[in-house]
Design a protein around this ligand. Structure first.
Ligand SMILES: *Cc1c(COP(=O)(O)O)cnc(C)c1O
Length: 495
């Protein structure tokens, strides 16, 4: 299978090259030229597989330059029970007849980012071999909190790879910050940045497309790569859990094979919900994709009006991983829905860069509204949702998942659509213990790891192992830089 750039469909690379490079040189994202469809026989076979086998199978449909054995070995290691505490890896938890929670946070960093970032180091290391790359990879990560830790955990002490992570100074929870600043490994660097996530992410994109910096790095035998969701190697493992979640709903008798479901995803950079779109194109019978945002509701407005406009106030919310105004992966969706019209995408993206907005054409707008429903939820309703779900179902959800649950409930109230729905649960509630505690009525001045025990005592839910261990760790990284100092920090780290 070949991949092309969203901004230049004449570019042709294999998956290994797309993964090694991260972003196309023209600033576009790599996309598969066609999306493989699963046959009825293949669905029947997938039903009988475990998560690791399903993941290897789905990933193999896209990464045709990797062998089936190779991918199964990667999946078995990445999703091994010593890394994922749930035997099903990504279990489906039914709340009631129509609401099914897809728990994506049983990995080592307790957020859904692990689903891709545990396997990405294997995909990338293999990609470097396949492409004959001799330089060392330096992975640059801009994170709104969860990607950073998941990437550090995946890449720490991986041979031939260095990793530098930058997060917005006041844009992550204390638990998230401690997870990153206490990271072990000889090839890691972590720094906070004054500013918000969009500032950090735009700087990273600049570095990737800067020819001078690329040459400067090459002199040190290094090239820059990305572990952000713009990397195809991040997107593709995420498709697997929607396929797997559907299979599990069939297996547990909630639906029959072929029945339609809706999928609702709390969204920031549009990576996770884009994976659900790919799963739909592969043949998972998804009726509506429900895009749930927090108060940074640029996507809600976009789906409802066809105008993407980032010229608006940036809100710091209690679902910080979704505090994003430039949802990078939307570019991939527009590329596919426009019939791979690179010229149109270039025009939109250049308007976004210069004016901060673009308006999609009518054809695109109508395709978008056929497929998607979009809504948003503010902090007050997030807290109310956490408390309601906990008292009604004795089930504790985090602030991001709560955005998804509430937007789904709004959708049902608005449309009367009772199709069974899979809601992506993107983090353990313990990662956002302060907000979750306040939602269930416990207000305290305590911050940091002690909150974990308080939340556990209050709810009788145990603290996930990797978070409980934080207490005994010391902070290694206390750097803070401006966004203009990021480049220097990176080159100091490379050495
Ligand atoms: C990253 C993240 C999101 C947003 O996911 P995208 O793929 O960026 O849309 C939502 N919730 C949590 C907990 C996250 O870490």
């Amino acid at each position: 299978m070949q991949y092309c750039s969203t901004r230049d469909s004449a570019v042709r690379v294999e998956a290994a090259k797309a993964i090694a490079q991260g972003l196309s040189r023209d600033g576009g994202l790599f996309c598969p030229m066609e999306i493989p469809r699963l046959s009825d026989l293949e669905f029947a076979a997938l039903l009988e597989m475990n998560y690791q086998q399903r993941a290897a199978f789905v990933i193999g449909k896209f990464l045709t330059d990797y062998s089936a054995d190779e991918l199964l070995e990667f999946a078995n290691t990445a999703y091994h029970s010593d890394r994922f505490t749930a035997p099903a890896v990504a279990p489906v938890h039914p709340l009631d007849d129509s609401t099914h929670i897809l728990e994506l946070w049983h990995g080592p960093t307790c957020a859904f980012k692990d689903m891709a970032l545990q396997i990405l180091p294997y995909l990338l290391t293999a990609a470097l071999k396949k492409t004959g790359e001799e330089k060392k990879a330096c992975i640059l990560v801009a994170t709104s909190g969860d990607t950073g830790k998941a990437a550090l955990e995946g890449f720490a002490d991986v041979d031939g790879i260095q990793i530098a992570v930058f997060y917005p100074k006041d844009g992550v929870s204390r638990v998230q910050e401690l997870q990153m600043t206490t990271q072990s490994g000889n090839n890691v660097y972590v720094s906070s940045v004054y500013g918000n996530f969009d500032h950090v992410q735009s700087k990273m994109k600049e570095i990737f497309s800067d020819v001078d910096l690329r040459e400067k790095a090459a002199e040190k035998n290094v090239f820059f790569s990305s572990a952000n969701s713009i990397n195809w190697g991040r997107a593709v493992p995420q498709i697997a859990y929607y396929v797997s979640g559907y299979c599990d709903m069939v297996k547990n008798g909630s639906i029959s094979l072929g029945d339609q479901i809706n999928v609702c995803v709390p969204t920031g950079n549009f990576g996770n919900i884009l994976a659900a779109y790919y799963a739909r194109e592969m043949g998972v019978p998804i009726k509506k994709l429900i895009c749930a945002s927090n108060e940074n509701n640029v996507l809600t407005d976009f789906f409802n009006t066809g105008c993407y406009d980032r010229n608006r106030d940036f809100h710091v919310t209690i679902s910080p991983a979704m505090d994003i105004l430039i949802s990078s992966n939307l570019e991939r969706l527009l590329f596919h829905l426009s019939g791979q019209d690179d010229k149109t995408i270039r025009a939109y993206m250049s308007a976004l860069a210069t004016d901060g907005k673009y308006v999609v054409n009518e054809a695109l707008k109508s395709r978008l509204s056929d497929l998607f429903h979009a809504g948003f939820c503010d902090d007050v309703r997030v807290k109310k949702t956490i408390s309601e779900v906990f008292s009604k179902y004795n089930y504790l959800i985090d602030t991001h998942t709560a955005v998804g649950v509430r937007v789904y409930q709004d959708y049902v109230a608005e449309t009367g659509d009772v199709t069974k729905t899979l809601i992506a649960s993107t983090a353990s509630p313990f990662k956002f213990a302060d907000s979750v505690l306040s939602a269930i009525g416990v207000d305290t001045d305590i911050d940091g790891t002690e909150l974990l025990d308080i939340l556990s005592k209050t709810t009788s839910v145990s603290v996930p192992g990797p978070l409980a261990e934080l207490k005994n760790k010391t902070e290694r990284f206390k750097n803070a830089v401006t966004k203009d100092e990021i480049v220097n920090a990176v080159f100091d780290f490379i050495g």
